[in-house]
Design a protein around this ligand. Sequence first.
Ligand code: HEM
Length: 151
Amino acid sequence: MLDAYNGFLGNAYPWVKAAHLTFVIFWIAGLFLLPRFYVYHHATAPGSAEDRAWIERERRTRSIILTPALIIVWVLGLALAFNIGAWSQGWFHGKLLLVIMLSGYQGWLGAYGRKLARGDRPLENRTLRIMNEVPGIMTALIVVLVIVKPF
Ligand code: HEM
């Protein structure tokens, strides 16, 4: 592994890492928030004023928090990875797999939100609540991989 400060980021490395973590927090906060909104949205009658209010709140959460945070976390994370030559390290392969899955989960959330906006309620409440646990579990696994680096 390269010494972190000898990479192309030089002394900016810890600043980029700090920015990475800040946007990780924004991203995960959005991933906790949006499926919780969906649970409340499920309880509304399609076409009602409440239904329309949830559609707008969800749209704003996706466009103001989730999409920009996902892009910035990826750009800064990849910069860190190139800087320290992470590509050959086992923990990084594991992390990459999990962040790809988490990004896919966000894609699924977007698709589910479009169904809700059309008046569909495809999942049972219980299933939706179980899906809400995905970001928490993924976050715990990613943090262990990055901090403990077990392999
Ligand atoms: C989206 C793609 C991502 C990429 C490519 C990426 C890549 C990286 C890299 C290369 C580092 C530097 C590791 C080191 O200096 O040892 C790092 C730091 C870190 N990342 Fe990410 N990351 C991503 C997303 C995430 C997510 C989603 C989380 C949390 C859920 C996360 C949590 C962390 C933490 C806690 C650190 C600090 C580790 C330390 O103290 O060195 N990252 N990331």
